[in-house]
Design a protein around this ligand. Structure first.
Ligand code: G6P
Length: 488
């Protein structure tokens, strides 16, 4: 080691997340091509004009690993890549360690726990394979903590994102007690009786990991309360609930503040982006396909928690019980590929496709295709469907927020009705003007679709205006700045 190297870096603001804002693909000729991603965090970070802010993320693809390896200390911007002016450090983590941490612990164990996805008579089974995955998750979190400790200027603010990085706050505090550390959960948080399925040491380590932060952020009060309940149940921590203020959790003499920041849709971006030529051409094609029929739209990752199969069954029930809709409605369902390394996701995708086919076989006619399912990711086509929607269907089993529920009312051309699961975080803000459903109740969801399809136009457009206003109350840039300011 260089004994003269400073024990800190120069970044006053840092963000850490598993998935970064860009990704590389190795082309056939061996060259790297770069693709920029979107999402709340990417737009949020654009609010920061500090030229020295650094984003630390993991190398996810073979192309990412190549790019990270070629860049000095994994700093892509220093290797001349067009990072859009951002300083990005991509961590090359041994592929086996990464797979065990990401697929095994993050996306199987923690995601399943927080979204209540286990089929409990057979899952989970915390065996020696799980233990190996957990050791990898610790190593992966340690790699992030080390990189952040290296990049951060004295007293810097560090914003750590999501369930992939729950151990980072505590690990980073051990390395750099001078830093101001925030953690943000983009998922729901499990209630204690479900959370305590985790082995006791793991359940405790995840909580104390996050409590290493000065502030732990959540998308709704409900998830913050659940986190606090778990701290009491697992750690015996003390919780204060000052009237009208943030929850405070005290454990081993340190207090962590729980903040609630309901990430909103990015209205300016969406309105501009949804009127570009690539969206217009897709909208024309969709219009041609659906004709003058009513349109029910859903757009999701093919994700177990999104409840796509029950949504399709509800649509089938609608067509079975209300034949007046035959040839008068089309369901446009986009279910984009996600996490296909996990067998549960591959099976779920197959189930979605099977039910979709059954519906078209049962009701389709020469002139009418009742369901249009697309599984190829296409963002401009999603926006075109948002514009066309008469009804938006968002029925997750459980969801941290669900931005689609917030985006469709902002973009829809003639005011859509929203059928919304009461288990989506967005329901806390949109519930009053949405039609609320219990996501497990297929018949009630079918009824809600009928109600949405028959809602009088004036009512629908009024509600949609209020939905759009609520959905955009906290734009991503402000969401991000609020968290930064709250760190002091
Ligand atoms: C959720 C998580 C994000 C994650 C995203 C996509 O929204 O909260 O952290 O990036 O899903 O999942 P993926 O595994 O593809 O990154």
């Amino acid at each position: 080691p260089d004994l003269h190297a400073p024990a800190h870096g120069s970044a006053p603001i840092l963000v850490a997340s598993n998935r970064g804002p860009l990704s590389f693909t190795v082309e056939d000729d061996g060259a790297l091509s770069l693709r920029r991603g979107g999402g709340g965090l990417v737009s949020g970070l654009s609010a920061i004009d500090d030229p020295d802010a650094v984003w630390v993320c993991a190398a996810l693809t073979e192309g990412d690993r190549t790019a990270a390896r070629q860049a000095p200390s994994g700093r892509l911007d220093r290797a001349g890549h067009d990072t859009g002016g951002q300083h990005i450090r991509m961590l090359e983590i041994d592929p086996g360690t990464f797979a065990r941490a990401y697929n095994g612990i993050a996306n199987s164990t923690l995601w399943f726990v927080h979204h209540l996805l286990y089929n409990t008579p057979v899952q989970p089974d915390f065996d020696d394979r799980f233990r190996k995955e957990w050791v990898s998750y610790e190593a992966y979190n340690t790699a992030f903590a080390d990189a952040l400790a290296e990049e951060a200027a004295p007293g810097a603010a560090v914003l750590v994102q999501d369930y992939h990085l729950t151990l980072v706050p505590e690990l980073l505090r051990e390395r750099r007690p001078d830093l101001r550390i925030g953690h943000f959960s983009h998922t729901p948080w499990a209630p204690p009786e479900y959370y305590r399925m985790l082995p006791d040491d793991v359940a405790g380590d995840v909580l104390t990991g996050i409590l290493g932060a000065d502030r732990a952020g959540f998308l709704t009060r409900r998830w913050a309360e659940a986190f606090a309940d778990c701290c009491v149940s697992v750690l015996g921590a003390a919780v204060e609930r000052p009237a009208g203020g943030d929850l405070l959790v005290t454990h081993r003499g340190r207090t962590t503040r729980l903040g609630v920041h309901g990430l909103g849709a990015d209205a300016d971006f969406l309105r501009e982006r949804s009127h570009r030529a690539d969206v217009e051409s897709r909208l024309a094609a969709l219009r041609e396909a659906v004709g003058d029929r009513r349109v029910v739209v859903r757009v999701d990752r093919t994700e177990l928690s999104k409840n796509i199969v029950r949504g399709l069954l509800a649509y089938r029930h609608l067509l079975r019980t209300r034949p007046e809709w035959h040839d008068r409605v089309v369901h446009v369902a986009f279910a984009y590929p996600s996490r296909h390394d996990l067998p549960e996701y591959r099976e779920y995708t197959a189930a979605v496709q099977r039910v979709a086919k059954e519906i078209n076989d049962e009701f389709g006619t020469e002139r009418w295709q009742p369901l249009m399912l697309h599984v190829q990711d296409d963002f401009p086509r999603s926006l075109a469907a948002y514009r066309l929607a008469d009804v938006a269907l968002v029925n997750p089993i459980r969801d941290g927020m669900n931005l689609v529920a917030k985006e469709i009312p902002v973009v829809s051309d003639h005011g859509c009705a929203l059928v919304l699961s009461r288990e989506a975080g967005a329901h806390a803000e949109l519930g009053e003007d949405a039609i609320t459903v219990n996501p497990y109740d297929v018949i009630a969801t079918a009824e809600a679709l009928h109600q949405a399809l028959t809602m009088p136009t004036a009512d629908r457009t009024d509600r949609c205006k209020r939905l759009a206003a609520a959905a955009t109350a906290l734009p991503p840039q402000q969401w991000f700045l609020d968290q930064l300011h709250a760190l002091g």
